[in-house]
Design a protein around this ligand. Structure first.
Ligand SMILES: Nc1ncnc2c1ncn2[C@@H]1O[C@H](COP(=O)(O)OP(=O)(O)OP(=O)(O)O)[C@@H](O)[C@H]1O
Length: 694
């Protein structure tokens, strides 16, 4: 591997050399060891925790000891919210002798709910059976549990976004809808109105376009009913209705005497409503959260719920946790200074529990490929130094941001675990149809690539493939696609398209890959995905465009289409081999994930990729006008009033950056590529601002 000359530095580009490095103050170190003497009745619990290395500080102890009544635990990143929540559960069980069946713990992801359970099981005085008796669930899974146990749930869950979009498009044709609103905007509108407690029929109907949208979404809701499907919003709505049964509600209130909610800053109206109802009588509701970590507002999360909790629950005890035990003062300092630039937040002064450590390092690679080269080189050194790969996370803002790094990791045989999307960029669902065109251009008989070309012809993939394969049995063709031309089921225009497609595939082969991709985008890809599209933006369109732009960036390094296809195929094989190897030998892998997925997690070493303007903050937050689906999700139509949505979008991006840097314990590398999709981009404003102070 070539030795990259790029050097990391102590300040991002644009910050002068004499600027002081951000660093948080180091906290005093009073802990349960001195705060809870042996003479106290509950000291046995704290002694046992201490043996496990959990030395709680004064406000943490206060929260753990909290008995009855509402409690709001507000805390900064890494200040022990989850630790306190699990320790309080342990305290209720072993000191207050509460029946585990009376405890309900709610959080946002299945992973977090599982982790909470295992952390509780490891606490003093808690055995596996007790831990199992506690309900620790996500809101949706708790809703489903209630619906299955006390309601009538016969439907299947319909949660796949692509499938939802497909149904919307089909229904649009079916009812001859003239609405041009993209599916993602329609679904965001539907979700927003349902979260308000209304239905599709309540959507505005003042203009022909609005009436059309309303008709389409009502038809969509009807389709779900007819096909026995419910989506995630429906689960919460149905639970809300179920809880209107006063007898049942009283039973559940009696059953769940202690309710605790983690990541409370991310609750939406229905989720909040669920726990609020259950806690109405006893008011034993403990919520923990950090308003600086609200990064799911597109799902209806509202910071106001955490900010206004004491108004809803008068007499709320408020405990602030302000000592961060996760990160070194230098890493925490960056997070603290960065987030201070947000307006909509509770001001906090976080201190570091850990002593001095290494300052974050900043990189300014020319582009994502150089960024990946540098990181891989550094990873090699870390491996030599005995670093476990499982202790390292590579975080990125968007899914397309992993293309270069995943490629390098695969080429260098460095094991990694990728969360969410297809492991190889070229196999990504949005990219696949383009790659399949290239594959067929190189080898027209690549049968597995044919479906990717059939879909955009408006022919059912499965039926089309069955037809081609049956005809191939009779007579194999150099271009198997040609069979469709002779298929009597197709209309004349479709047959014509088949012919044109074959001519097109032949032409592609002769082009440089970059131009071949541009041609595919120009000619075939949905018009909103092309680079020059200028209609209303939505996040979904942005993602498609961004992903295809990334493919163009990747294509620049290949001389021929064949070379690019061979490389992509090689990566797929390598990834399969790596997954197989990891299954057999169980070697630890680096965690490669979006910042959203890293929420609530921590790693000794974090690499944050793409900390440049347009990536983080994402360019969707830098436009003059908020994307259509974001507006719809916030229940806003027409122009963004006073640019408030854009301001809110930018603050959410800053929170994403804050969540990213505060995942790191000991080492943090922040990289700001200078070029992104052919444009020069400065380092993220969030970094530069952090050095300026506020
Ligand atoms: N009193 C303490 N003494 C030592 N370590 C602690 C203490 N409290 C928490 N920790 C450790 O600090 C780290 C962060 O704690 P935890 O994950 O509970 O924080 P959090 O507030 O939920 O974080 P975030 O919201 O950023 O995900 C963990 O490694 C935890 O074990």
């Amino acid at each position: 591997m070539k030795d990259t000359m790029m050097k990391d530095s102590l300040r991002p580009q644009g910050v002068t050399l004499h600027t002081t490095l951000p660093a948080a103050a180091v906290a005093p170190s009073d802990t349960s060891v001195t705060l809870v003497p042996d003479s106290m009745e509950d000291s046995f619990f704290f002694r046992a925790l201490e043996k496990q290395g959990i030395l709680l500080n004064a406000p943490q102890i206060e929260a753990v000891r909290h008995g009855e009544g509402p409690l709001l635990t507000l805390a900064g990143a890494g200040c022990g919210k989850t630790t306190v929540l699990t320790a309080r559960t342990g305290y209720l069980l072993s000191v207050r002798q509460v029946d585990p069946k009376q405890i309900l713990l709610v959080t946002f992801t299945t992973k977090a709910a599982g982790e909470m359970k295992s952390r509780i099981a490891a606490l003093p005085g808690v055995n596996a059976r007790t831990a199992k008796a506690i309900e620790a669930r996500t809101f949706h899974s708790f809703g489903l549990l209630l619906l299955r146990r006390y309601g009538q749930l016969t439907e299947d869950i319909f949660g796949d976004t692509r499938a939802q979009h497909g149904v919307i498009q089909r229904l649009r044709r079916e009812i001859n809808s003239t609405s041009t609103t993209p599916p993602e905007t329609l679904l965001a509108m539907l979700s927003a109105i349902k979260l308000e407690g209304k239905t599709a029929e309540d959507l505005p109907k003042d203009t022909p376009e609005e009436r059309d949208r309303c008709a389409l979404l009502c038809r969509y809701e009807e389709w779900k009913r007819n096909y026995n499907r419910i989506d995630f919003d429906d689960i919460l709505l149905r639970t809300e209705q179920l809880l209107e049964n006063e007898g049942l509600l009283a039973t559940l209130q009696q059953r769940f005497q202690y309710i605790m909610v983690d990541e409370f800053q991310d609750t939406n109206r229905l989720q909040y409503g669920m726990v609020d109802k259950l806690a109405q009588q006893h008011r034993n509701l403990m919520v923990v959260g950090d308003d600086d970590q609200t990064i799911y507002s597109f799902n209806g999360a509202r910071q106001e719920y955490i900010l206004d909790f004491p108004k809803r629950y008068p007499g709320t005890r408020i405990i602030a946790l302000d000592i961060n035990y996760r990160s070194h003062p230098q890493i925490l300092g960056l997070g603290v200074k960065l987030i201070a630039h947000n307006e909509a937040r509770h001001a906090k002064t976080l201190q570091a529990g850990a002593s001095e450590g290494q300052s974050p390092r900043y990189l300014r690679p020319a582009h994502a490929d150089e960024e990946a080269d540098w990181i891989v080189q550094r990873l090699r050194q870390q491996q030599d130094d005995g670093y476990a790969l499982g202790d390292i996370a590579i975080l990125h803002r968007t899914v397309s941001g992993t293309r270069a790094i995943a490629e390098r990791l695969l080429m260098e045989d460095i094991p990694f675990i990728q969360y969410g999307e297809a492991p190889v960029f070229y196999d990504h669902s949005l990219i696949r149809p383009v790659m399949d065109h290239l594959r067929l251009a190189v080898n027209p008989r690549r049968m597995e690539a044919l479906p990717g070309v059939i879909g955009p012809l408006y022919i059912s993939r499965d039926v089309g493939m069955d037809y081609i394969m049956s005809q191939e049995q009779k007579q194999a063709k150099k271009y198997p696609l040609i069979h469709l031309y002779h298929w009597e089921r197709l209309q004349t225009f479709q047959r014509q398209q088949v012919k044109e497609r074959i001519v097109f595939l032949k032409k592609l082969r002769e082009l440089k890959p970059l131009y071949a991709i541009r041609e595919i985008r120009r000619v075939f890809y949905d018009k909103f995905a092309s680079a020059d599209f200028s209609g209303p933006a939505t996040r979904h369109k942005d993602t498609i465009r961004e992903t295809l732009d990334e493919l163009e960036s990747a294509a620049g390094k290949f001389a021929t289409v064949e070379e690019m296809v061979t490389f992509a195929d090689e990566l797929t094989i390598k990834r399969e081999q790596m997954i197989e190897l990891m299954k057999q030998a169980d070697p630890q892998g680096i965690h490669l994930m979006t910042v959203h997925r890293a929420k609530g997690l921590e790693f000794p070493c974090v690499y944050l990729l793409g900390a440049s303007e347009g990536i983080l903050p994402h360019k969707a937050a830098l436009q003059d006008e908020a994307p259509e689906d974001v507006k719809a999700g916030q229940g806003v139509s027409g122009p963004d009033p006073d640019g408030k949505l854009m301001q809110a979008a930018l603050e959410e991006e800053r929170r994403i950056a804050y969540v990213a840097v505060t995942r790191a314990k000991h080492e943090l590398y922040v990289s700001s590529p200078a070029m992104h999709h052919g444009k020069t981009v400065p380092p993220s404003r969030f970094l530069v601002e952090a050095f300026r102070g506020k």
